[in-house]
Design a protein around this ligand. Structure first.
Ligand SMILES: *[C@@H]1O[C@H](CO)[C@@H](O)[C@H](O)[C@H]1NC(C)=O
Ligand SMILES: *[C@@H]1O[C@H](CO)[C@@H](O)[C@H](O)[C@H]1NC(C)=O
Ligand SMILES: *[C@@H]1O[C@H](CO)[C@@H](O)[C@H](O)[C@H]1NC(C)=O
Length: 329
């Protein structure tokens, strides 16, 4: 009778009418989604179905400003009004817990350790909630965002919520100006980023091989995860997991961070499942890119390429026109 019944009808319609009903109909709950087909067991919705199986997630299908997206650098607009990003750690190192959630490697800071960012495209200060890793089964895939059609081997996402307007992450995630995600591409190299090394050295990463494993880390310096650049790209988008709320401002740093081949290998050896279940690599935990539609991609990189006006530019419109025409229009 409830909404759940409706959802299930939608699901059946799209999954294929010919099949007979499963003996145990899948449960609709907030964790009922996956990135790829599950080898064993019952149907779990993959990204193209997220928006169809649960009416609370319909933005995943019908949203017009979804993430991730492919960034075409030739379509970026230089926005001279973008401030530098300011990271506020209070000068302290922080502790946190690293989890295998079955879908991501996730690091959450201890409650008493507050790290926030402001500046850039932000009007408010945003507090770090979670650091999440996406990565591929092969080197040429694994990032959610693409740059000129190319994927990187992985993507670090620092998920922040607006703590000036909202009391917690849950509240912010469904509200306007709720989230800011800083995204940093991962690339394989001989040496590794020191923060990534704290998470991904053999001794540490092997503690969270299975789903729900957790491991405590101390004296982390959040500053170290940032690559050495103040250049970034920003656009308005959504969460990349259900319910795909369109409340996230994305900030893509203009340089990757590096990890070693060995560390990447260790990531691929993480299981989506618990030890009693079949091993299923967590890799390729990526939502495919979504249409950009008419969104603007702004950057603080001053490059001389022509661009159209950006309606979401914060500066006065005439300034933007001046910059555009100085590029030779
Ligand atoms: C951007 O670059 C152009 C050309 O180098 C320069 O004239 C202009 O002052 C720069 N704008 C800003 C805001 O830095
Ligand atoms: C940001 O976090 C620090 C603690 O690291 C805190 O002292 C400061 O008040 C926060 N800034 C804002 C604007 O809330
Ligand atoms: C978040 O804040 C809302 C509103 O203040 C509250 O109702 C809810 O219980 C909080 N959720 C969590 C997970 O703390």
């Amino acid at each position: 009778p409830s909404k759940k019944g409706e959802d299930f009808i939608i699901l059946r319609k799209h999954v294929g009418g010919g099949k007979k009903a499963q003996p145990n109909p899948p449960k609709i709950h907030e964790g009922w989604w996956a990135y790829k087909e599950v080898v064993q067991g019952s149907f779990v919705p993959v990204p193209s179905f997220w928006g169809l199986v649960n009416s609370a997630w319909n933005l995943c299908s019908v949203g017009k400003r979804q993430s991730p997206v492919n960034i075409e650098t030739s379509h970026m607009i230089f926005d001279p009004f973008l401030q530098p990003i300011r990271l506020n750690t209070g000068g302290r190192k922080v502790g946190g817990t690293m989890y295998n959630t079955g879908r991501h490697v996730s690091l959450r800071l201890d409650k008493e350790h507050l790290v926030n960012i402001s500046g850039g495209p932000m009007t408010y200060s945003h507090r770090l909630e979670e650091i999440r890793l996406h990565f591929g089964s092969e080197d040429g895939q694994g990032s959610e965002h693409l740059l000129n059609g190319q994927a990187f081997s992985g993507e670090v996402q620092l998920i922040h919520y607006n703590h000036e307007l909202y009391t917690n992450y849950t509240e912010a995630a469904k509200s306007p100006n709720g989230l800011v995600v800083v995204s940093i591409f991962m690339k394989i190299a001989e040496t590794s980023n020191s923060f990534l090394n704290r998470m991904l050295n053999r001794d540490t990463i092997t503690r969270i091989t299975y789903k729900n494993d957790a491991y405590l880390l101390t004296t982390l310096n959040i500053e170290e995860i940032y690559p050495e650049t103040s250049s970034f790209i920003t656009y308005d988008g959504s969460m990349t997991i259900p319910p795909c709320f369109e409340t996230a401002t994305w900030i893509l740093m203009n340089k990757p961070v590096y990890l070693t081949r060995m560390q990447m290998h260790s990531l691929r050896l993480l299981s989506q499942n618990q030890p009693s279940q079949i091993f299923l690599s967590m890799s390729d935990n990526v939502r495919p890119v979504q249409p950009l539609n008419n969104r603007c991609i702004r950057t603080n990189i001053n490059f001389s390429v022509q661009g159209k006006d950006c309606p979401n530019n914060r500066g006065p419109q005439w300034e933007m026109k001046r910059v555009v025409s100085s590029r030779g229009e």
